[in-house]
Design a protein around this ligand. Sequence first.
Ligand code: QUE
Length: 335
Amino acid sequence: MMAEASVLMRRDGRIGRIVLNRPKALNALDLEMIRTLRGALEDWRAEPGPHAVVIEGAGGRAFCAGGDVRAIRQHALAGETEPIETFFAEEYALNLAIAEYPKPYVALVDGICMGGGIGVSVHGRYRVATEAAVFAMPETAIAMLPDVGATYFLPRLPGYLGMYLALTGTRLQGGDAVHAGLATHYVARDRLEALSTALARDGVAALAGFAEPPPPFSLANQRSAIDHCFGAGSVPEILARLQADGSDWAKSALATLREMSPSAVLWSHTIVTAGASRSLAQCLEAELALTRHVTRHADFAEGVRAMVVDKDRQPRWQPARIEDVPPERVASMFA
Ligand code: QUE
């Protein structure tokens, strides 16, 4: 029996349709999927038929949970740098191709959309989120970095919301993702299939007939504290401001930051800050350069082990505390 394709694509009325089809892995992207996606976009770019591309996830639980970090970890442990370089270079090239795609690109996000999933949605022109959508950049939990162009789009979210999301990995529900600017339209889950059908029939004009106002932003009351604390300019100062704030929100953010890889919090802060004054292409290039260092750091293999492989959620970070990470060690990763 032939294995079912991990990416399904077909012409459907006025659109080209792509389905991420690895539901057991929550549609996480492997290299083959990245290459198939890139090929579909290239095929439909010049074809006069498809007026837009619509991408969704199979299985009902996830749009796309991320990238194939298990495989990256295996290569890292084996000291194999070339396949790691190839994976990230092709993933980031796909992210840029989506951002520059000449036709409307519509992501229907229902369920988990994290890391690499954000990379194949947020750069497109339209991102539809349902009430079941969950957006996050959780990489500090596995000692990676906010990549897939996150160092471009996070500093461009309102205030310092993007820095907060990058360092803590906070999850945003669909409505909140619209308020933050990660999503463009809020559509009820039970209307998503009808929207998908209407997109094939009417093109992206169908979006207007399905979008609803999102519920109020759940972080509205925290916005000024987020900007004050996460705009502090350095990680030690962020920690000091959260400590001084003392609210339940600040205590929770502080506790979350203390669980993440201390080194990853520091390098993520540095690269997200720098992204504010870079183009998307420059951001992706800087992210690729940093992946070379990060995937060699002991915390990366340990983080993926604890969160994805063994799932004990008890990583042993080295160093274990932000205060014990030598600043020059982080600085050398950007040299
Ligand atoms: C933090 C992350 C990721 C994660 C878990 C975290 C991540 C990622 C995956 C993931 C999910 C499902 C899979 C898979 C990987 O989990 O980036 O292979 O099937 O890709 O706590 O950053």
